[in-house]
Design a protein around this ligand. Sequence first.
Ligand SMILES: NC(=O)c1ccc[n+]([C@@H]2O[C@H](COP(=O)([O-])OP(=O)(O)OC[C@H]3O[C@@H](n4cnc5c(N)ncnc54)[C@H](O)[C@@H]3O)[C@@H](O)[C@H]2O)c1
Length: 446
Amino acid sequence: MAQEQQSGQETAQKVAPATGKLGVMVVGLGAVATTMIAGVEAVRRGLAKPIGSLTQMGTIRLGKRTDNNSPFIKDFVPLAKLDDLVFTGWDIFEDDVYESAAHAEVLKPETLQQLKPYLETIKPLPAVFDQYYVKRLHGTHVKKGKNKRDLAEQVRADIRAFKKGVDRVVMIWAGSTEIFLEPSAVHQSIEAFEKGLESNDPGIAPSQIYAYAALTEGVPFANGAPNLTVDVPAMIELSKRNAAPICGKDFKTGQTFMKTVLAPAFKARMLGVSGWFSTNILGNRDGEVLDEPQSFKTKEESKLGSLEYIFQPELYPDLYSDIYHKIRINYYPPRGDDKEAWDNIDIFGWLGYPMQIKVNFLCRDSILAAPVALDLVLFLDLARRTPDLKSIGIQEWLSFYLKSPQTAEGLYPEHDLFIQFMKLKNTLRHIMGQDLITHLGLDYYD
Ligand SMILES: NC(=O)c1ccc[n+]([C@@H]2O[C@H](COP(=O)([O-])OP(=O)(O)OC[C@H]3O[C@@H](n4cnc5c(N)ncnc54)[C@H](O)[C@@H]3O)[C@@H](O)[C@H]2O)c1
């Protein structure tokens, strides 16, 4: 065995092939969702490349560096092909995907025009919605039911109807950020949750009604927003019981993506940090929803966590025990989906001498998020077909994509992007019976 690797032969799995159609049910057909769907169609037609998508463009090294063996990830693991994706979704507005994409103003009108005949065929199903949980929106295209249980049953019926035309299904939440909710008694077991559905417990948000319906139907569920949703014992139990994988929450795309790249670099060089101020302006509907304090609180909690875990102040009190970390999101309509983010980082080096770093990221929010959403869908579908992964519930190896990774109880979340990336690739090697790569490499010098 090469010293650089750990043997993976005995871990070979029988991953079921990705035959037939993969149905993708998207909750919330807004900017991110429509950019993903239109993008997939543009790639299918050869109009553009799937840039930003690891599943479509990434490679994975197998064996030693001298083996020169780095296949594309999509050729190495059996992923659903873009041609086999079938989309549907729910929204509180009746706009089809073409109208909604046009409203979001992320993709150019000429691009959307080319895709129009396809995009206008995807019309949202009526949503489960309650304005108590997203104050800034007034939904008109919503389901009516006698209680939350009834609404969950209606979503289950939607899933079963959609399943008739496809071979497998994955659900992804690309809906709005809900108000901040903390886990309560109703979330502690499946039984308590089901009673809560009957009694309309206010602790159960619409996102949890969708997630409950998905997991009950054996459908993997990804959460692109910072909502509590599946981050509670009842959902983890349901995920394991029905072999319906889940992962963390909140797409890691802009400022937090940069944070989880820069912070590990400071820590690696033992540079201290005294302050990190992040502010940004954003003018899309997401920005409008986040302008409301209770939805912002949910987002803020999700964004704040990463630095604390990366810096480990308990291990490095001289460097990181006194960081002033502040995050601001400002709704500023003129910029639409083109977010601008500023970070001021106060660091200190040798003998405590202070320095500053400024990061000014002019990004396109949904252009960054769409490939992340696509990859999560494809990898969750893979997990569902993989014996070693399908019944473990949380897929920690997908933390790479998320601001708030979810972990087994008692484990701290890993936020460092490069550790997350290594974990993701080693998971793929593991399930395909390949040796893991440790980067030791002493055998090259024998
Ligand atoms: N774009 C990014 O980079 C990024 C990064 C991280 C997280 N997110 C999160 O992803 C989510 C989507 O972002 P977006 O920019 O597409 O927002 P958006 O406002 O354009 O789209 C959200 C859509 O969800 C719909 N919706 C709200 N509640 C619903 C419900 N209960 N059922 C069905 N539909 C519902 C809204 O009507 C809207 O069409 C937001 O929560 C956002 O915070 C986005």
